[in-house]
Design a protein around this ligand. Sequence first.
Ligand code: BMA
Length: 818
Amino acid sequence: MMSQSLSGAWQFRQVGESAWLPASVPGGAHTDLMAAGRIPDPFVGDNERRVQWVAEGDWEYRRAFVAAPELLAEPRVLLLCDGLDTLAELWLNGQLVGQAENMFRQHRWDVTALLRAGENELLVRFRSPVRYVAERERARRLPGVGEAIPGGQHLRKAPSHFGWDWGPQLPAIGIWKDIRLEGHRHARLDDVSLRQQHDGGRVTLRVAASVESWEPAALDLRVSVAAPDGGRQSAQAAFVSGRAAAAIEIAQPQLWWPNGYGAQPLYQVDITLHADGAPIETRRYQVGLRTLELRQQADGWGRSFGFVVNGVPIFAKGANWIPSDSFPTRITDRQLADLIGSAAACNHNMLRVWGGGYYEFESFYDLCDRYGLLVWQDFMFSCSVYPMGDEAFLSNVRAEVAENVRRLRHRACLALWCGNNEMEQGWAQWGWDRPDTQDLKAEYVRFFHQLLPAWVRADDPDHDYWPSSPSSNLPLEVPQSDAAGDTHLWTVWHALKPFEEYRAHLSRFVSEFGFQSLPALPTIATYAEPADWNMTSYVMEHHQRNRGGNGRIIAYMTDHFRLPNSFDSLVYLTQLLQAEAMRVGIEHWRRLRERCGGALYWQLNDCWPVASWSSIDYYGRWKALQYATRRMYAPILLSVEDAGDQAGIYVTNDTTATWDGEVRWSLQTMAGERLLAGEAPLAAAPLATTAVRQLDLAAYLSDGNRRGRALVCELWQAGARRATSVVAFAPHKHVELLDPALAAELQTDGSRLVVHVSGRALARFVEVGLEGADVRFSDNYFDLPAGETVAIACPLPEGWSLEQARDALGLRSLFDTY
Ligand code: BMA
C-alpha cells in the first residue's frame, strides 16, 4: 500500500467570500479564524457570543497537490478521511467524490478515475450544522438539552458541541482527523478482529481478518506478537474467499490489570497482509491480556453490578470524561497523557467516556491501556430524544456503531458498551412521555434494547452491553434503583440536598454524582478581568453554564463555611466544598464495597475555562478535589462515618492481600490536647471493608465544647502514617479554629522540592502553593493535626533555587479565609 498524506496546509473561506485564508488540517473554522486574527478567542470574556456567526455559516476548504507517481501507478486509489465534522461534500478536480454527515465515521472513496497527473485540487465544503439542525427541528421538535442550541440530536455530531451545562455553544466545523490518499494494487485489509481466549492460565490470541481485493494474488495473513519482554511469536494463514484466521497460544502470558491491582504489560501485535509473498499493509495493535466481565448476580439486595477482572471483583474508582477541548483538533497527545496520567496518579481505575462527546482518539485508549484505566464506553447519545425512526439516520448510526465497535473491541481497557446517557431517565422522569411522542418512545426501546445490543454482540461478543446510564435494565422502568444497575445521584447539587444525602443511597454502582467549583485563580484570570472577580458578575456567570450554579455554590458555602474575606478565599472555599461533597459520597460507597461496585464522579476534565464539576480545569490545574481523590481512591482507605456524637472508623482494603497495620484515634482540642486516645491493631481483609471501632463520644462533647474539639484518626503501618481523617462536631463555619501559625521547612532532594509543613493548632485543608509556578504537590488541601509535621514534595521548577522556592512558598488553611 502506498499512502500520501493530505493533512497540513490548506486554505479556507466562508462560502460566498472571495478571499482564501490559510488553514490547518486537521483543524476547523474557529481555530483557523483565530489563527488568521479574524475572531477573538471565544474562551475569553463573553467572546463566545460574538462568534456565533461562524457555525451559522457554510465553509469551504481547499488544497492543491501533486499526486505521487507511485500512487498514480496503482490500479486503485482511495481517499480516506478519518473524520469530517460534519456535513461535508467533497470535490476532486471539480467532480463530486462523496458526501458525509457523521462526525464519528471514517470515510473512504474510490478516486482512481478522478485523480490526474500533475496538479489536483481537493475541495471540501461544509454546511452549517446550526442551520441544518434548526431546519430539522422545525420539521419535528424533539426534547433535548436546555443549555444547548436546540436540535443537535438530528445530526451525528458531538452533542455537547451545541452547548451543555458546562460547555459553550461552539459547534466546530472542519476536517477533524487525518486525510490521505491510499494506493492499492491487489487488496487491502478490511475488518480485523483480535480476540483472546483464557483457559486455565493459558491464553490464545485469535486473529481474523477480511480483505477487499481487486487484482488476483495469493493473499496471506501474518501475525507477529511481541511480548513485553521482547519475545516474539508468529503465525500465518492464507486468505480463502477473502477471509483468514490465525491463532497463537501466548507463551507464559502476563496478565494486564486495572490500576492499583497489578501491572499493565502490553503485547504488540502486528498484522500484515501479504500478496504473492510480499508485505503490502500492516496494522499494529496494543493488546493487554485479561478477562473482564460485568458481573450481575442475584443477591440479598437485588442484583449486583460490578466489574470482575481476571477473576478479581474490582471496585471501580474514577470519573466521567468529557471532550477536553471544544475544538477537538487542538487536543494534543500530551494533554491527554497529562489528564489520564493525573487520573492514574490519583488512584483512579476507570473513566466513563460519556455519551455527549465523541468516541475518543486512538491515543486516548492507548493511554488508558498503558495506565490501567478501564473505559466505560457510552455510545454517543445523550439527554435527548433522537429520530431513531428515520431510516437514513438509523443507517448512518448503523455504520457508526460497526466502525467504532470494530475499532475499539480489542482494547484491554474497554470494560463496557453503554447505549446512552440519561435517556431512559428522560423517558421515565423528564416528561418526554407524551401522547405525541409514543412513536419515538417505541423506537427508543427497539433501538437500545434490541437493535444496538444485537449489533454490539455481532461485532464484539466479548464485552457486555448496558442499555443506558442510569438504568436497571428494565426498559424505561426504575432507571434509578438501589437494587440493580447503576445510578446518577444528583439531589446533592441540583436539589440542594446536604452532602450526607449520599449516605441514603445504597446503589449497586454510582456512575455519576458531582459538585461544582471555580477553577484556580490563574485560570479565571484567562477569561475574567480582576474587576469581574466576583461570583455574580456578568463574566463569571457567563463562565457558568448550569443555570443558578454560582448561587448554588454560595448556598452550600453558607451551610459549611463563613463568608470568605476575599475572592481568592472564595475560589479556595468552592474547591474545598467540592472535595468535601465527593469525599462524603465516595467514602460511603467504598465502605459498602460488597454491595456497591464502583463510584465515578462527574467530571474529570473541562472543555474550556469555566465553573464546573471538573476536578482538573481546562488548563490542567488540579483542583482540591483532584488531590482529594488520591486519598479517597487509595487502595487502603481510612474513613470515618460520623453521625452526631458517634463515629464509626472503617478501613476499606481494595487489594487482594490482607493489610496489616494499626489505627489510632484521639479526641483533641484545637490546640492538640488529647482528651481521649486509643489504638487498635488491624488485619484488614482483602477486597472488603473492616469495621474498626464505633466510638460514642457523647460523654466528651457538650454544646459548650463541641465547637472546639475534633476527632483525629490515623492509619499506621511500619512506623509510618499512611492516612489521616479528621472529624469535627459542628459545621466548619462554627468550629472555633485557632491560628495554626503554619510554618514550612524546605529542602531539595535531587530535582525534588520537599516541604515540611507544621502548625501549632489543628489546620484544616492546608494548601501549599508556589507563586509563579504551576506545580503539583504529592498532596495538597490536607488536614494537619496540631503539632504534627507533614512532608510533601513537588518537582523543583526548572532553573529555580531553594531560596527562590522559599520566597515563593504560600501556605493557607481554612483559618485564613475569614
Ligand atoms: C449529568 C451528565 C451531564 C451533565 C451533568 C451535570 O447528568 O450526564 O448531562 O452535564 O449531569 O448536570
